[in-house]
Design a protein around this ligand. Structure first.
Ligand code: NAP
Length: 256
């Protein structure tokens, strides 16, 4: 029996990086997954990979900033698999990772809409369905930048800190409906987003990677493993937690 055997749900932000690794891992662990993002070609490739490996998956192209898409994700997942009992809300943007003096109102709106407002819309829609159908589990991808900072991270940090604040209130309310909700807060993970954030400054990226106490950035798969655990019944007593998965990066103190 896999960790997620018998579970049905969605991985949102599944077309690359952490979400793509999560969709593959959840399917290996026995879940039936809908994979959601804007890039349909990437989703179709992922569905094929999962099916070739004996798993069950469907693609649902959607944009998390569009309110109506959240209802469609839940409805289409439930129609495909007969239920919707977990969600991994992982879609996110680094936004314009620029000095605060150079950022625009549009930069703020894009990052907050994608990372924070979309999670509120997703959780509300998913939880309404789960509350009517015996409960469920939700995991959202926050960041170590909710509790830390880099030059240029002001709006991104605000969006992720907002997610952690939202989480705690949501967990209190949703517990009464049999729904657990947690955040994972990755440190530096080797994905396109990280490479974009460092704008291909290989030397700076190398220093950043080496500053993780484990000596490297995390992989998408080892990040997804925490999400799989939190979505599984093994985590039945865990809700409202924002959990670092960062190789010790956010531990404060002198290094070197
Ligand atoms: P990534 O490879 O760039 O993946 C981002 C995912 O989000 C893609 O699947 C993208 O799909 C999706 N997405 C973005 N905007 C969307 C929208 N409007 N509608 C639907 N899907 C959307 O980056 P990643 O590193 O795996 O990031 C995944 C999550 O981890 C993000 O929430 C990020 O903030 C968080 N995180 C990453 C790191 C890191 O070091 N990499 C650290 C901490 C937290 P489409 O473009 O196809 O829509």
């Amino acid at each position: 029996m896999g960790l997620l055997s018998g579970k049905t749900g969605a991985v949102i932000g599944a077309s690359s990086g952490i979400g793509e690794a999560a969709a593959k891992l959840f399917a290996e662990d026995g879940a039936k997954v809908s994979v959601v993002a804007r890039r349909t070609d990437k989703l179709n490739e992922l569905v094929k990979t999962i099916r070739d490996r004996g798993g069950e998956a469907v693609a649902i192209p959607a944009d998390v900033t569009v309110a109506a898409d959240h209802a469609r994700i839940v409805e289409e997942t439930a129609a495909a698999f007969g239920g919707f009992d977990f969600a991994f809300n992982n879609a996110g943007t680094i936004g314009n990772f620029a000095p605060i003096l150079e950022q625009s109102e549009a930069d703020w709106d894009h990052t907050i809409d994608t990372n924070l407002k979309a999670v509120w819309m997703a959780v509300q829609t998913q939880a309404r369905h789960m509350a009517r159908n015996g409960g469920g589990a939700i995991v959202n991808t926050s960041s170590w930048l909710a509790v830390g900072a880099l030059p240029g991270s002001a709006v991104y940090s605000a969006s992720k800190a907002g997610m952690d604040g939202f989480l705690r209130a949501a967990a209190l309310e949703l517990a009464t409906h049999g729904i657990r909700i947690n955040n994972i807060n990755p440190g530096g993970i080797d994905t396109k987003m990280t490479r974009d954030a460092f704008q291909n400054h290989a030397d700076v990226l190398e220093t950043f990677a080496a500053a993780h106490p484990i000596g490297r950035m995390g992989t998408p798969r080892e990040t997804a493993q925490l999400a799989a655990f939190l979505l599984s019944d093994r985590a039945s007593n865990i809700t409202g937690q924002a959990m670092l998965v960062d190789g010790g990066y956010a531990i404060a103190g002198q290094r070197g």
